[in-house]
Design a protein around this ligand. Structure first.
Ligand SMILES: [Zn+2]
Ligand SMILES: [Zn+2]
Length: 442
């Protein structure tokens, strides 16, 4: 004997190995054969070798047959050994997997998983598995002892076997990069969890009314517990953009939770009109994921009627959240500001404003109204200002600026903390500013 059969014989002399655990050590030989079939083929070949030698009166071959029948747990070898009246110990279990890698075990856990998958919409899945350390160590130790270099990880064996069964039943493929469903299983304890990965929906929102913060604003007095000041609501404002968009989506997707990501944020009293502000809604653990964007759009716009409106919804990926946030720092925004001044506005000075504010770098210390954040100087570009007089003391400005520039402070100067500013050039102070975002660069 020599070569692979000799190696298998030496392995089985020392260790009891099931078909999976033996075959796995040769996983990279002859592709397209499952590890179970590999292991069984090696044992059958070894038993045939023994049978041949016995027929040629080689008495030593009895030992080979016994090893395959006992430590190899091979039913053909057992049958032959019994017919020749040899005593065979039939109570062995695999030294690596402790008898857990069997077709029946794979089938049983696959059936439970498929049952649970029934409550989710999905187009693909991925299986991950955990293997107890002592089992992994024994596998590694046997690999090292016999210098086996053609094998694979026990994890790969398990996930592939399960994957084949689940693919066959659900007709959905395994997907490695962005699976809809991730299944984590431990075949050794017979447990598993099914995780539905988030759905990401991209869109643009308009905020039609002031007094709606982008995210829920907790009452400053009671910090959300509910007090007299907030009418026991625990909130400064009853609504928020994220809830007006997220809640109807949560229901439609039968999700457990959601996260609202937006490209920057406007002040609570600033409306968003025109083409809207980009956002991505992340729906967590959704049961449904094949909702038509139009249907979602209608549901949100119905729920948020007269407050918030969404447009151009489409499905996207997690990567888009990062891209959108990175872009929002540099993306330009266009604002419409209706400003009432405390004295008449001079036409010439208004023209001066439009000329002066052309691609200027504005130095802005943290606005005094939000000074609880750290006081620092921001430098942001203001690209252009157009102005139209709407009355002696009333002017409508259209201001295009880099994201992150505080516009109210550009208008009123914030006591000299924002330079240059419109109030300085006009020589009159604004007493009322109504601001809307009309365009966020896409
Ligand atoms: Zn095994
Ligand atoms: Zn309160």
């Amino acid at each position: 004997m020599g070569g692979i059969l000799d190696l298998v014989y030496r392995m089985l002399q020392k260790y009891t190995l099931c078909d999976y655990c033996l075959g796995r050590q040769f996983a990279r030989l002859l592709s397209g054969v499952g590890n179970k079939a590999r292991g069984e083929a090696l044992k059958v070949a070894l038993a045939m070798e023994a049978n041949m030698r016995l027929l040629m009166d080689d008495k030593d071959a009895v030992n080979v047959l016994k090893v395959v029948a006992e430590n190899g747990m091979n039913r053909h070898a057992r049958k032959l050994a019994k017919s020749l009246n040899y005593q065979i110990d039939e109570n062995k279990t695999c030294d690596i997997c402790e008898g857990k890698l069997t077709e029946e075990n794979f089938r049983r856990i696959a059936d439970s998983i498929i049952g649970e998958l029934g409550q989710y919409e999905f187009s693909n899945f991925l299986i991950g598995t955990s293997v107890p350390v002592h089992i992994k160590e024994r596998d590694d130790q046997i690999k090292a002892e016999f210098a086996l270099t053609f094998g694979e990880e026990i994890k790969s064996d398990i996930t592939r076997e399960l994957g084949k069964i689940i693919e066959g039943t659900t007709k959905k493929p395994v997907e490695f990069a962005t699976p809809d469903i991730t299944i984590l299983l431990d075949i050794f304890s017979g447990t598993f969890t099914v995780k539905s990965n988030p759905v990401f929906v991209k869109g643009y929102y308009k905020k039609l009314q002031p007094s709606i913060p982008q995210t829920p604003w907790i009452c400053r007095k009671c910090r959300g517990k509910g007090c007299e000041a907030c009418g026991q609501s625990g909130r400064e404002y009853p609504d928020s953009v994220s809830e007006l968009i997220g809640e109807p989506a949560l229901n439609l997707f039968e999700a457990l939770d959601y996260r609202f990501h937006a490209a920057g944020r406007e002040d609570v009293n600033v409306t968003v009109l025109g083409t809207g502000r980009p956002f991505v809604l992340e729906l967590k653990s959704p049961r449904k994921r094949f909702i038509q964007p139009d249907k979602l759009q209608n549901a949100i716009n119905e729920y948020a009627k007269d407050k918030v409106e969404v447009l151009d919804l489409s499905y996207t990926t997690k990567k888009d959240v990062r891209d959108m946030k990175a872009k929002s720092v540099v993306a330009s925004k266009t604002y419409l500001a209706l400003v009432e001044f405390d004295s008449n506005v001079d036409e010439n000075k208004l023209r001066e404003v439009c000329e002066k504010f052309r691609n200027v770098l504005v130095h802005q210390r943290t606005p005094s109204r939000i000074l609880r954040r750290s006081d620092r100087v921001r430098k942001k570009y203001l690209y252009s200002i157009e102005a139209e007089k709407k009355g002696n003391r009333l002017v409508e400005f259209r201001i295009k600026a880099q994201g992150g520039l505080y516009i109210k402070e550009v208008i009123n100067g914030d006591g000299g903390r924002t330079v240059p500013n419109i109030a300085d050039v006009l020589g009159t102070a604004p007493i009322n500013i109504t601001l809307s975002v009309v365009e966020v660069e896409r």
